[in-house]
Design a protein. Structure first.
Length: 118
């Protein structure tokens, strides 16, 4: 039996500007951009569920560290509504909705991200 759980606790997303990233991600998730930036480079996105946490980190940002392909996905109950929402926000969408199930987009720092119907 392993002492390591087969569960992801937190995903760190490299961002260039922590304050800007805090505002952008909170807007995308429909959250108030509240909470403090820790150690001048970390912001923990507040979550209301008991899933994987999301931490924005400007200390680890570099062109080499941005996600060139989605490493995880954000859940949605309505893939079409999520797609249209991000389009209205002028987010760079990099794929159409594939198989009526998922699509990819980029954050302002070039990270490739995914939304997937759960």
């Amino acid at each position: 039996m392993s002492a390591i759980l087969n569960k992801i606790g937190t995903v760190f997303i490299p961002v260039r500007d922590i304050e800007e990233a805090k505002n952008w991600y909170c807007e995308i998730f429909g959250l108030k951009a509240e909470g403090e930036i820790l150690f001048e480079h970390l912001f923990i996105i507040p979550t209301t569920t008991t899933g994987t946490g999301i931490v924005l980190d400007s200390k680890i940002y570099s062109e080499e560290n941005i996600f060139k392909t989605p490493l995880f996905h954000f859940d949605t109950n309505n893939i079409q509504a999520a797609y249209e929402f991000l389009k209205r926000k002028n987010v760079e969408i990099t794929t159409e909705i594939e198989h009526n199930h998922y699509f990819n987009f980029k954050d302002p720092y070039g990270n490739h991200l995914m939304v997937c119907k759960c």
